[in-house]
Unconditional design. Sequence first.
Length: 219
Amino acid sequence: MNVEKPKRVPKQEKVVAIMKILDELFPEVPVPLDHKDPYTLLVAVLLSAQCTDERVNQVTPFLFEAADNPYTMEELPVEDIKAIIRPCGLSSAKSKAISELSKIIVEKHGGRVPDNFEDLEALPGVGHKTASVVMSQAFGVPAFPVDTHIHRLAWRWGLSSGKNVTQTEKDLKRLFPRDSWNKLHLQIIFFGRKYCPARGHNPYECPICSKYGRAELFR
């Protein structure tokens, strides 16, 4: 293929260029998981672990028809929750977490999803990535949720060492303006799905990798 490999450019120049590409391709980005409030978003994000957003959006209408708030959910038998969410995988662990976190939200937080990282991450089944999604998408607090997809793209684009998602999050927060984080992490997700997938990725055709990708992608 007679296509030149990308040339090395200063990282900050690359960051500005990548933001411009993402803004041009995805000027508006909807929240991928259907929800109506912080609680339904929290449950949907928990269900999305090792499951596609599309599958979660197929399952949550049935779950939220049975219980769409922590008061009703804590009264729902765990086995009923498990049966409804089975298509999302890991239904045993997820159903227990949903039931337990609902009880805690009712007993400790007055039925409201906490709006800080410490209390969110103390809930069963809620890790830093899930808390980051809720903080950014439900409460508008600047956060940069990094899942395996964003982790992979950050490495491909030479923005992070790729050692782990924790380091990738630190690198991306350092590189990109704080007021861009909430929109940017969604833009990267949508970009990855359309142009930079995990499998069958062609770096020569990717709008970002073709210009700013690591040399290792073109061997």
